[in-house]
Design a protein around this ligand. Structure first.
Ligand SMILES: NC(=O)c1ccc[n+]([C@@H]2O[C@H](COP(=O)([O-])OP(=O)(O)OC[C@H]3O[C@@H](n4cnc5c(N)ncnc54)[C@H](OP(=O)(O)O)[C@@H]3O)[C@@H](O)[C@H]2O)c1
Length: 271
């Protein structure tokens, strides 16, 4: 049975491609208490993630396994998506995926066709929940109109330098998760003075501040990537950090913006 709730903190795995290190970091995370692992066909590491899940002392049913179908790797046509899900299950060594995302709404993405394939996979029991990634509000509206099943999660870049107020409000209004990717601003949160000040005040690390700030927003969960054991365990402890209203306001008030993840055709680009 797929898991119906996303834990606050999951493990990201982008660029974690060394087979042994990737498997070890996934197993370390699960043994430390993580219950959500985020991968994608495009990351080229589904097999290693699967090895990590198999090596951990945690039953597969307890883990939310999330992956993504990619417009260029397989295409997003109806049959492409059905085939891609089967391939992901094989590589991950699982017989269902808790969460399958459309990785990017570009290329041959068509809401009616791509999402119909995801619904078929839900009907077959191959996929538990439907997710989309890197969508705009307009694309979310179109997706929700095309779907009979609820939209479960929208995965998008979010951190103190890209606060995504509109997409957070949309997730809260419509009751899906906003899964914050690059929640550590790709490791650069350590350089943000406002984050440093809060970290010093509470004697915690800047990554923990960033994660706790994200988790202070309703419907937001986080998927920090780490292949370093000390970081994996420290990031999980962010779930126990309570920031006060003053800390949250100081971070909310950051008005500089920096986006780290781009690709041609992304919905936020003009034209
Ligand atoms: N849907 C999409 O299009 C999309 C795009 C980007 C990312 N994602 C997902 O989101 C996940 C997270 O995003 P991300 O990988 O871009 O970046 P991130 O999680 O913001 O940052 C990862 C970087 O921070 C470092 N780090 C982690 N914990 C740390 C700590 N406690 N102290 C210091 N440094 C720390 C990591 O190094 P170490 O490994 O050495 O700890 C790594 O260099 C990805 O892995 C992927 O699963 C999805």
């Amino acid at each position: 049975m797929p898991n119906d709730e996303l834990p606050d903190i999951g493990l990201g795995t982008w660029q974690n491609t060394d087979p042994e290190r990737c498997a070890r970091s996934v197993a370390t995370a699960l043994d430390a208490g993580y219950r959500h692992v985020d991968t994608a066909q495009h990351y080229g590491n589904e097999e290693h993630v699967g090895d990590g899940i198999a090596a951990a002392s945690v039953r597969r049913e307890e883990v939310t396994v999330a992956t993504k179908v990619h417009p260029e790797d397989t295409g997003l046509g109806y049959d492409d998506v059905l085939g891609a899900a089967a391939t992901s299950c094989d590589r991950l060594g699982v017989d269902y995926l808790d969460l399958l995302y459309v990785h990017w709404p570009v290329g041959d993405y068509e809401a009616s066709e791509t999402l119909a394939a995801l619904e078929e996979l839900v009907d077959r029991g191959t996929v538990g929940h439907i997710g989309v990634s890197n969508f705009s509000v307009d694309l979310l509206e179109e997706a929700r109109a095309a779907l009979d099943d609820p939209l479960f999660a929208h995965q998008v870049e979010m951190h103190p330098l890209l606060q995504q107020q509109e997409l957070v409000a949309y997730a809260q209004e419509h009751g899906h998760y906003l899964v914050a990717y690059s929640p550590l601003a790709r490791g650069t949160v350590t350089e943000i003075p406002e984050i440093r000040a809060v970290a010093e005040k509470h004697a915690i690390s800047e990554p923990q501040v960033s994660l706790a700030w994200l988790l202070s927003k309703d419907n937001v969960v986080v998927i920090p990537k780490s292949a370093t054991e000390a970081h994996i365990t420290a990031n999980l402890q962010a779930a126990n950090v309570e920031l006060d209203e003053e800390d949250i306001a100081a971070i909310d008030d950051i008005d500089r913006e920096k986006r780290f993840v781009e690709r041609p055709g992304a919905p936020w680009l003009d034209g």
